[in-house]
Design a protein around this ligand. Structure first.
Ligand code: 5GP
Ligand code: MG
Length: 180
C-alpha cells in the first residue's frame, strides 16, 4: 500500500490540530443548542469520529449514505441517497459532514433534500475543499483545508474502496488509476 503513494499531502498531526480547531468552531456555533450530525458514508467516518470526541455537546449522530463516485470513477456521476429511506429531520438543526467538497453536487443534493424534509436549520462541514477554477455548486459552512485539484485518499477517503485506513491524506501514483 505504501508503494502506491506518490506524496503525503496532509499528515496525521496537521489533521488532528485542524480537527481540534474545527470542533471549537462548531462548539461556538451550536453552544447549548441540540443538533444532529449527519455524516455521509463512507468517506467521513474517520473525520467524524475524531471530531465528535472534541465536542462535549448534546447531539445525535444519524448517518446517511449517498453514492456519487461508483467504483473506479473519479468524478461525480450524479448523487443518489441510498440510506435512510425516510429522514427524521423535521424542525431539527442538522450539520451535514462530508469528507471533501469537490463539485459541490453531493452537498447540494443532500441539503436540498433536508430542506424539503423540513429541517429547522442546515449547515455543512467538510474536512477538505478542492481549489477549482469554478466555484462549487454549494459552499460549506465549515472547511478544514483547501487542497489542490488532485484525487486524494486516506483518513477515510478511498479509491475503489481502498486506502481509507491510511492515517495521512495522500495522492496516489498515476499508475494506480491505470489498474496496473
Ligand atoms: P462532489 O459532489 O462535491 O463533486 O464530490 C463530493 C464527494 O466525492 C465526496 O463525498 C467524496 O466521496 C468524493 N470525492 C471528491 N473528490 C474526491 C477525492 O479527491 N478523493 C476521494 N477519495 N473522493 C473524492
Ligand atoms: Mg463521499
Amino acid at each position: 500500500m505504501q508503494e502506491d503513494i506518490q506524496e503525503i499531502l496532509i499528515d496525521r498531526y496537521a489533521i488532528q490540530a485542524r480537527v481540534y480547531k474545527m470542533a471549537q468552531e462548531l462548539a461556538a456555533t451550536y453552544g447549548e443548542r441540540e443538533f444532529v450530525m449527519m455524516p455521509l458514508l463512507t468517506g467521513s467516518i474517520i473525520f467524524v469520529a475524531d471530531l465528535v470526541r472534541h465536542l462535549p455537546l448534546r447531539m445525535r449522530i444519524d448517518v446517511a449514505a449517498v453514492s456519487s463516485y461508483p467504483g473506479r470513477t473519479t468524478s461525480n456521476q450524479g448523487t443518489q441517497v441510498l440510506y435512510p429511506t425516510a429522514f427524521d429531520v423535521r424542525g431539527r438543526d442538522i450539520l451535514v459532514i462530508d469528507d471533501i467538497l469537490d463539485s459541490g453536487r453531493t452537498l447540494h443534493a443532500v441539503c436540498m433534500l433536508l430542506r424539503e424534509q423540513g429541517a429547522g436549520s442546515i449547515r455543512s462541514c467538510v474536512l477538505l475543499k478542492k481549489k477549482l477554477p469554478r466555484p462549487p455548486e454549494m459552499e460549506a459552512d465549515f472547511v478544514g483545508f483547501e487542497i489542490p485539484n488532485e484525487f486524494v485518499v486516506g483518513y477515510g477517503l478511498d479509491y475503489n474502496g481502498y486506502y481509507r485506513n491510511l492515517p495521512d491524506l495522500a495522492v496516489l501514483h498515476k499508475r494506480v488509476f491505470g489498474g496496473t
